[in-house]
Design a protein around this ligand. Structure first.
Ligand SMILES: Cc1cc2nc3c(=O)[nH]c(=O)nc-3n(C[C@H](O)[C@H](O)[C@H](O)COP(=O)(O)O)c2cc1C
Length: 357
């Protein structure tokens, strides 16, 4: 892990320098991706870190070598693979919708500083190549280590689309000889702050019951669960979690970006093309911890996601009842935070959750 303490400040410095040259932070991120993908023979030295054996964590029958996983946000599979090498136990891919989408116009991602530290606000609007593209590129994902489960995050513009996307994906995975034996799970993104219809199931929980019932009737063995917003009231959150708890082999991902208008956080209205977006990073942590504490008594496995960047925070969430920890912003800012966290992380004290099976 000593390599991480050397590379980490270099990485942060290069980010700061690039940010001076490029006004649009998306360009800085993309340039970083290009550099990372072209490390050639240095790739292993620069991006590959061992995970201490005592950190293995289970989500039902899925085994994750480390409790840290990539939250759904990156659409470039090669970058997800490289980040995973830094010591993540698995990775959730960016939300997939049926049709290709360009997302919102640029600028659509900005760095912001709050009293808790540096975060991001994004109005990406779920750009993506669509379900057919994902299904025809499943072989690419087989380059990921087989020991690290992959999460497929699925979105929808309507209830029919959610069901269609998930069923098509599962059918294709089950028919694929290699995927039939690879570990994976399905995260249902019901909390995207950047699409108009992405939150219907949060407002009408009976829709979630209906969807889970239909899916579980056909595929009771597939591990799946919704990803909910930090903006939900505690009462609404409890209702959704109670629904999830009635189905076998489910989980709940607690935390997504928190919608804010640019002006509410001191940015000019045109800092993002649609005047607002999803706030992510350190300012979310307290709510992530609060949600985890609230839901833990229901004994559903929790993927706590939002604002995590240190071993202390990981341990607080595990003690509160989280099984896995999702990370996004901290990884974009500096993926060396992953080996740094792992180096000081103790064996999880509280992971023995179950749902009715
Ligand atoms: C640029 C960006 C894009 C994102 N895209 C998605 C997405 O496609 N699906 C999703 O469920 N969450 C998405 N998220 C939310 C993250 O998965 C995560 O829930 C959120 O960033 C909070 O975690 P963090 O504080 O560690 O960043 C996105 C976040 C960022 C920063």
């Amino acid at each position: 892990m000593k390599r991480a303490t050397i590379f980490s400040p270099c990485y942060k410095l290069s980010r700061t320098i690039l940010s001076r040259f490029y006004k649009d932070y998306e360009s800085v991120i993309l340039l970083g991706h290009t550099l990372l993908k072209n490390l050639g023979p240095l790739e292993h030295l620069i991006t590959s870190f061992k995970i201490p054996g005592h950190l293995e964590t289970s989500l039902h029958h899925l085994k994750f070598p480390s409790p840290l996983i990539l939250a759904a946000f990156e659409g470039d599979n090669e970058i997800v693979r490289l980040w995973t090498q830094f010591g993540l136990g698995g990775a959730t891919l960016k939300t997939i919708l049926r049709d290709p989408r360009p997302g919102n116009p640029r600028p659509r991602i900005k760095r912001i500083w709050t009293s808790e530290g540096e975060g991001l606000i994004n109005a990406m609007g779920l750009p993506g190549k669509g379900l057919s593209h994902t299904l025809s590129h499943l072989n690419e994902l087989l380059q990921f280590p087989a020991s690290k489960p992959i999460g497929f995050s699925i979105g929808g513009q309507s209830m029919d689309e959610y069901e269609y996307n998930i069923l098509q994906l599962i059918k294709t995975l089950k028919a694929h000889p290699q995927w039939a034996i690879r570990p994976y799970f399905i995260e249902i993104n019901i909390s995207c702050p950047n699409t108009p219809d992405g939150q219907d199931m949060q407002a009408h929980p009976e829709l979630l019951t209906h969807l889970l019932r239909n899916l579980k009737l056909q595929y009771p063995d597939i591990i799946m669960g919704p990803k909910v917003s930090p903006d939900l009231s505690n009462d609404s959150l409890l209702i959704l979690a109670e629904i999830v708890a009635t189905f076998p082999l489910t989980f709940i991902t607690l935390g997504n970006a928190k919608f804010q208008k640019c002006q509410e956080i001191g940015l000019p209205q045109n800092a993002l093309s649609i005047g607002g977006g999803g706030l992510t990073g350190p300012s979310l942590f307290n709510r992530t911890l609060e949600m985890t504490t609230l839901i833990a008594p229901l004994k559903i496995p929790i993927i706590a996601t939002g604002g995590v960047s240190s071993a202390k925070q990981v341990q607080e969430l595990q003690t509160a009842g989280a099984t896995l920890i999702g990370m996004a912003t901290a990884v974009v800012q500096n993926p060396y935070c992953i080996p740094e966290i792992l180096a000081t992380l103790e064996e999880p004290k509280c992971t023995a959750h179950h749902s009715p099976e």
